[in-house]
Design a protein around this ligand. Structure first.
Ligand code: GDP
Ligand code: MN
Length: 422
């Protein structure tokens, strides 16, 4: 087994813990939930989440704030609802002291661009008086085949920095694969974070995050900040409570058919249009960073093809499995998806005909090229069922073909290099 990568975090504070095939980068297909949806899962699991409203206009935000201020809040927080991390740093989280100010702040945040995404919704909540911010998150560790609970006493917006510069400051505990997070594990985490004074709620939260993971087929359930919050009572007294002030949840999209309620929370407006189209066409498509588009049938063959592209000195632009028995219209759709990526400079088609008929694919390619708006060199290798018919069709249409896979990869890489140099 290759050595595990050092602790690293991506946009959503998700630890990249697994060892992945070299050419593949991240192949996880996950669906991110908006904070206001994620918080419904936490609330349903009995975790302490401050009340909140959702607004899509500044007027609505002002009205929500007015109600919360009237109910005793001394100020409110307005939070951009977008599926990216670091909203706080990007100016998407702001406090307001009156309904008017809340409306004005919401007007600023709505329509704001955060990392390329336009804010269309804000969350409005009574502002917490934060004493300390912790990080607590459950993540699927694929390499360990377990759920990993990670915690840090240095939570808040700098957690990525902490993970990078001081990984020892992150406490890690693996949940039991069948029993979830055990009581003693939850207590260990609690004491390790210095949360002994909040033992009961901290244990509830730690166990709850893991339970939410399991119940929803999530691969990330993260609370940052998990905050100690100061609350004042009418008699002037103070209490400190533990509150989940933010929630990030990602769901394994292969599990979504089991969870119609989660499917309904999916925010298509923020998903990549190519992902939506791929799903509609029944194609497994994952965009990567390279220049060589790959069209392959079968996930294993797709992985092998990507490795060969790498070995020939190229970088795959995507993972694409057109599936078994794909007809020509599916091939044409796959071609559209590949070409919608502006980085693609050459296409490698690698089909091993079994149930999939080579001549169907060849016809699909001819059809696709006729509609193609961008002229991209293509190298085609089709073997197996109806390979001879396929070869005749491709010859008639003057496609560049290859017989061996190494030859195909080498030709595609060369074509990409020529296109890049031009
Ligand atoms: P993120 O930056 O996208 O993770 O958004 P968060 O919801 O975590 O908010 C970022 C930061 O804003 C938090 O770490 C807090 O410091 C601050 N924040 C969020 N909610 C509140 C609140 O209710 N009161 C106060 N005072 N600060 C808050
Ligand atoms: Mn956060």
């Amino acid at each position: 087994m290759a050595p595990r990568r050092p602790f690293a975090w991506c946009d959503w504070g998700r630890a990249i813990l697994t060892t992945r095939p070299s050419s593949v980068g991240s192949l996880d297909a996950t669906v991110k939930l908006q904070e206001y949806h994620a918080k419904t899962l936490l609330t349903a699991a009995g975790l302490p989440v401050p009340p909140y409203g959702v607004a899509r206009s500044s007027e609505e935000a002002g009205a929500q704030a007015a109600a919360q201020l009237a109910a005793g809040a001394s100020n409110v927080v307005i939070k951009a609802q977008v599926l990216v991390g670091g909203r706080g740093k990007a100016g998407g989280v702001k406090l307001a002291e009156s309904a008017e100010e809340a409306a004005a702040v919401a007007r600023q945040i709505l329509g704001m661009d955060i990392k390329g995404i336009t804010v269309r919704t804000v969350l409005v909540a009574p502002a917490a008086d934060i004493v300390h911010e912790f990080y607590l998150g459950a993540v699927l560790d694929r390499a360990a085949r377990r759920i990993l609970l990670m915690g840090s006493a240095a939570g808040g917006v700098e957690i990525e920095e902490v993970a990078r510069t001081d990984p020892g400051a992150i406490v890690r505990i693996y949940a039991h694969p069948h029993l979830g997070l055990l009581d003693h594990q939850a207590r260990s985490m609690t004491f390790a974070l210095g949360l002994g004074a909040h033992l009961k709620p901290a244990v509830t939260i730690a166990k709850g995050l893991v339970a939410i993971m399991r119940e929803n087929d999530a691969d990330l359930v993260e609370v940052n900040p998990l905050a100690i919050v100061r609350e004042r009572s009418d008699d002037g007294g103070e209490t400190l409570t533990l509150q989940c002030l933010d929630a990030k949840v990602t769901i394994d999209d292969s599990a979504l058919p089991r969870h119609p309620a989660l499917e309904a929370m999916r925010d298509l407006a923020e998903e990549d249009p190519t992902d939506i189209e791929a799903r509609a066409e029944g194609l497994s498509f994952i965009k990567l960073e390279g220049t060589i588009g790959c069209m392959v049938n079968g996930a294993g063959l797709a992985m092998a093809t990507m490795d060969l592209v790498k070995r020939a000195g190229g970088e795959p632009a995507n993972f694409l499995d057109i599936g078994g028995g794909a007809r020509s219209d599916k091939v044409a759709a796959a071609m559209r998806l590949i070409l919608s990526d502006g980085n693609v400079r050459a296409i490698l088609v690698n089909i091993f005909g079994g149930i999939t008929r080579g001549d169907e694919v060849a016809r699909g390619l001819v059809e696709a090229r006729a509609m193609q708006e961008r002229d991209v060199p293509m190298v085609v290798r089709i073997v197996g069922t109806n390979a001879d018919e396929a070869a005749a069709i491709l010859r008639a249409a003057a496609f560049e073909t290859a017989t061996s896979l190494d030859d195909a990869a080498a030709k595609a890489v060369a074509a990409s290099a020529r296109a890049g140099a031009a």
